[in-house]
Write a protein that binds this ligand. Structure first.
Ligand code: SAH
Length: 381
């Protein structure tokens, strides 16, 4: 990797540029317009690691580019495999920010859970990422690099694989994993990069295989509603009324339930699609049958399916944040089904490597989230 040589080095990392900045900054170097696309695809689809590797360009152009730019994609810093095959990756970005991505195997098709921000500002009380605090937006290149790196890594571990087979991991649609934006961050607060990343990812996988999960940032949902193609949508609901949602998701004060549900009712859905409603089950907080009834009322008339998620506990979340017992989960699920809602319960995966949802964290970083500060008596910055 050819990173910046010193603090005085003003070269820019191509991988971290938005498409608009990329076009603007490279335009002066380019003889023909199609070259921009050519370089962009070499970077983000082929995953070249140095400007020298973009052999479609003349030596001279590569030399000129290398004066002003370098390529530093995320790197795998750590890989932890759990007994059920779930593999959690810690990735380090060029500015040493860290993110996590999880590879969840399944008999039919793998699912890759990827991050859209290095941290999260939303401070939901049940989420470990929020505990650690805000970070920066990822670029589209950093988002797609997670998929490329993990595909490459997991293929190189397949029996009988050769490096030759791993060089173009994007291009085998039959092997394309499901991709869910359920790692660190709020994708709809980084919508431009997420959209660019979707354009790249859907060159080798179907929009139907990609899901974006959000707390429900209404203006961003409205923008997505105007897109020509859309990924699947998952909404983190987690509470049946505003009082309780405000308590665990501060963003609900900005986008309360009635407004969010109205927005979802207007949201255009392709034939056969449903909005996934994610509902964390937290013991003695939102797990009564009355709560299930309230959700059913809330979702009336919406093409939705419910995914119940017994909360994954974590020491930083405190003792309240634990899942109900299995019988309660079962009763809750059955009640929603009786009310006509297609309902599933999310299997816990990757627990022992802390790769389960909400447990993604940038280990080694110091917590600077609102709650972390409260917990540490305000002495943490
Ligand atoms: N900000 C987006 C994307 C992150 S997705 C969103 O909230 O939808 C992360 C998913 O994991 C969300 O459904 C989130 O609510 C869920 N989650 C967060 N903390 C969790 C925990 N402790 N146990 C189980 N799921 C959790």
């Amino acid at each position: 990797m050819s990173g910046p040589l010193s603090a005085a080095d003003t070269r820019r990392n191509l991988v971290a540029l938005s498409r608009a900045d990329f076009d603007r900054e490279l335009a002066p170097f380019i003889d023909r317009p199609y070259r921009l696309n050519q370089i962009y695809l070499a970077l983000h689809r082929r995953g070249v690691e140095s400007i020298d590797e973009i052999t479609e360009l003349s030596l001279r152009l590569r030399g000129e580019l290398a004066q002003c730019f370098f390529i530093a994609a995320p790197r795998i810093a750590e890989r932890r495999l759990s007994a059920d095959g779930t593999c959690k990756y810690l990735l380090r970005l060029h500015d040493s920010a860290t993110i996590e991505a999880v590879d969840i195997p399944s008999e039919e098709r793998r699912t890759l859970c990827i991050s859209s921000q290095a941290g999260c500002a939303l401070a939901c009380t049940f989420c470990v990422t929020g505990y650690w605090g805000a970070g920066r937006d990822l670029s589209a290149g950093e988002i797609v690099a997670q998929v490329r790196l993990i595909n490459r890594e997991s293929r190189s571990r397949e029996p009988g694989s050769s490096q030759a087979r791993t060089t173009r991991p994007f291009d085998d649609p039959s092997a394309a994993p499901n991709i869910v934006f359920m790692g660190m961050g709020e994708p709809l607060l980084n919508l431009e990069a997420v959209r660019e990343s979707l354009d790249l990812l859907t060159q080798s996988t179907s929009w139907k295989r990609v899901t974006v999960s959000t707390v429900g940032i209404i203006p961003a949902l409205e923008e997505m509603a105007s897109w020509r193609r859309r990924p699947n949508l998952a909404i983190s609901l987690h509470a049946p009324d505003d009082d309780r949602r405000n308590e665990i998701m501060p963003i609900n004060q900005t986008y309360p339930l009635a407004d969010l549900l109205a927005c979802l009712r207007r949201y255009p859905l392709e034939r056969g699609r449903k909005i996934t409603i994610e509902y964390l089950l937290i013991r003695h907080f939102n797990d009564r049958l009355k709560d299930a009834d309230q959700i059913a009322r809330l979702l009336r008339g919406l093409r939705a399916k419910v995914n119940l998620i017994p909360i994954n506990p974590d020491p930083v979340l405190g003792e309240q944040m634990v899942a109900p017992d299995e019988a309660t989960v079962e009763r809750f699920k059955n009640r929603l089904r009786q009310r006509g809602l297609f309902t599933t319960v999310r299997q816990r995966r990757g627990d022992e490597v802390q790769g389960a949802c909400g447990q993604l964290r940038a280990s080694g970083t110091k917590a600077h989230g609102v709650r972390a500060r409260l917990r540490q008596g305000g002495d943490n910055g």
